[in-house]
Design a protein around this ligand. Structure first.
Ligand SMILES: [Fe+2]
Length: 256
């Protein structure tokens, strides 16, 4: 597996935050197409509580959608191959913004992952985490549930610009237990596909170049899909998004 040689297992997020050398090395590696897996140090029991909490919200309230603007509410939505999306997919997404409060103080809980994302992207560590957008962009912490029975996201590239180099993702599940087939993949410059979930576990965070071709292959497509059972692939996504009204940053590109 040639690509797996490009995946580097690192220590903890804490350790990296204390080391300008590690950050520089990871930044250079990501620019040259390497993928890094860090341990967030966040307890699995806390992540399980968060997943249960999101499941209860998902089951007991209507999905809805809000455009990303300053002061917009947290919300959850189902995207079932919505033709309006820049990248087509099939998943349930729960989005949180730094200006709203929530049960778990999610931005406080996960802030170190954003710090590392910002530093690797060459930005001050606190960027985009305040109560107001900066440079037309804001942090959006999203939890995404890809249901068994075909949860997926088309292969695509995300924009690299003034707001980010990398879009970290954290597993809130385990391939082999929560699902057995599909999940996140990358395609390297030799056209080799690698299923990254097989190299990572609960609470681990993967950093990669947002412009690298990636996607989510259908999760257990042989099973029946039942959105309401919330079984499948769960992740946290540490996004920084432009506001709906912001110009000058390109959109993600769907590659089918
Ligand atoms: Fe992406």
């Amino acid at each position: 597996m040639p690509m797996s040689e490009k995946i580097r297992r690192m220590g903890s997020v804490d350790e990296a935050l204390d080391s300008p050398e590690i950050i520089k090395r990871v930044q250079e590696g990501i620019l040259s197409g390497e993928v890094y897996v860090f341990d967030s140090g966040i307890d699995r029991s806390l992540l399980e509580r968060i997943r249960k909490y999101l499941t209860s919200i998902g089951r007991n309230s209507l999905p809805t959608y809000h455009a990303i603007e300053a002061g917009c509410p947290n919300f959850h939505r189902i995207n079932n191959w919505d033709t309006r999306s820049y990248v087509k997919g099939c998943f349930h997404q729960f989005s949180f913004f730094p200006w709203n409060d929530d049960f778990f103080g999610l931005f406080e809980t996960f802030k170190k992952v954003y710090y590392l994302k910002n530093l690797i992207s060459g930005l001050p560590k606190e960027s985009f985490l305040s109560m107001v957008p900066e440079q037309g962009c804001a942090a959006r912490l999203s939890f995404q549930y890809y249901p068994t029975g075909g949860g997926a996201m088309n292969k695509h590239m995300d924009p690299v610009d003034r707001h980010q180099l990398t879009v970290p993702t954290m597993l809130l599940c385990r391939k082999g237990e929560d699902f057995s087939q599909g999940g996140a993949f990358f395609i390297d410059d030799h056209g080799e596909t690698v299923f990254i979930d097989e190299y990572s576990d609960w609470g681990e965070v993967t950093f990669f170049n947002a412009q690298m071709v990636h996607g989510v292959a259908p999760v257990d497509p042989h099973k029946e899909r039942q959105w309401e059972d919330f079984n499948g692939r769960w992740i946290a996504l540490f996004a920084v998004n432009k506001l709906a009204s912001t110009q000058g940053i390109s959109n993600s590109v769907d590659l089918g």
